[in-house]
Design a protein around this ligand. Structure first.
Ligand code: NAD
Length: 283
């Protein structure tokens, strides 16, 4: 039976450090502040926004919601984004993506101040992640996987790690973070010839494909560590991950559930990045 890796436990441990870090910043007259920029009102964005605001409040970070109408045009959107970007009182910016279809996020990815880019969307931060420069911000979800593995004391050096997914939000940056920690990384995607074999070969398997319950027990080695990043809805309408938890759990050494796993750590990583941004940018 696998050890259940609980996101809430990881977030709790991170909270103590964050509260202390925010206290030190405030003692220097710096009040860390995050701006959450949302276009429209997608239910998953609203849910994440509530979770993120609560987490910021819990550790003493101020949070400003910038709500823009779904009908906003590209020019007005960029103008609004620029105001937030130029505001010296804002240390970190989280922009909900994807944007509505008529808006292009590429110009703001290039515009966002790299030091305020706390969810790693700017090419500057991604280049840093890919070149092993630790001053860059990784996308929060990718880093949340590392936080979880570290919390459970799981060694990465020399380990065979398979990552399913090659997006710029999770799979690729996570693979670079794992490589930085001296893991031997295999990246799988929709064109991978024998996905099951690549997964079975892994001592640590990270699923970030966005396909409900696709990782079955015959794809997982005995005692493997299984981290599930996927957030999906199954046929019955329930939230589920990419891993078929019920069948894989008895075989795994460690396994993260969905919900209650990686997703519960993401906002803590976001808070950690805002603290870093506030110390870099000052008051
Ligand atoms: P994406 O759709 O951009 O990328 C999915 C990747 O998985 C692609 O690279 C694709 O090649 C690969 N893939 C898809 N189906 C596959 C298959 N059958 N076999 C092998 N590879 C396959 O998705 P994303 O943005 O990277 O997100 C991945 C998952 O993580 C989603 O379920 C998403 O909801 C979740 N997610 C969670 C958080 C969070 O916890 N806060 C944040 C971001 C994403």
């Amino acid at each position: 039976m696998g050890v259940r890796m609980k996101g809430a436990d990881v977030a709790k441990a991170m909270k103590e450090t964050l509260i202390e870090d925010v206290r030190k910043l405030k003692a220097k007259g710096i009040v860390p502040r995050l701006a959450i920029v949302r276009v429209g009102a997608r239910p998953d964005d609203l849910a994440y926004e509530r979770g993120a605001s609560k987490r910021m409040e819990m550790v003493g970070i101020e949070c400003t919601a910038v709500e823009l109408p779904e009908s906003i045009d590209q020019k007005a959107f960029e103008e609004e984004f620029r105001k937030v970007n130029d505001d010296p009182g804002i240390h970190g910016i989280l922009l909900f993506c994807p944007l509505p279809g008529h808006l292009d996020e590429e110009p703001v990815k290039r515009m966002i101040h790299p030091l305020k880019d706390v969810d790693g969307m700017s090419p500057v931060n991604l280049a840093k992640i890919f070149s092993g420069d630790e001053t860059g911000y990784a996308p929060c979800t990718a880093e949340a996987v590392i936080e979880m593995l570290d919390y459970y004391g799981l060694e990465l050096t020399g380990k065979r790690v398979t990552v399913i997914g090659r997006s710029m939000v999770v799979g690729k940056p996570l693979s670079m973070l794992l490589l930085r920690r001296n893991a031997t990384v295999t990246i799988c995607h929709t064109r991978t010839a024998d996905l099951a074999a690549a997964c079975r070969n892994a001592e640590i398997l990270v699923a970030a494909a966005g396909k409900a319950n696709m990782v079955k027990k015959d794809m997982v080695a005995w005692d493997a560590v299984v981290a599930d990043v996927g957030i999906n809805v199954d046929e019955a309408g329930n939230l589920c991950g990419d891993v078929d938890y019920a069948s894989v759990e008895p075989k795994a050494g460690y396994i993260s559930p969905v919900p209650g796993g990686i997703g519960s750590i993401t906002t803590s990583v976001l808070a950690k990045h805002v603290v870093r941004a506030a110390s870099a940018l000052g008051g």
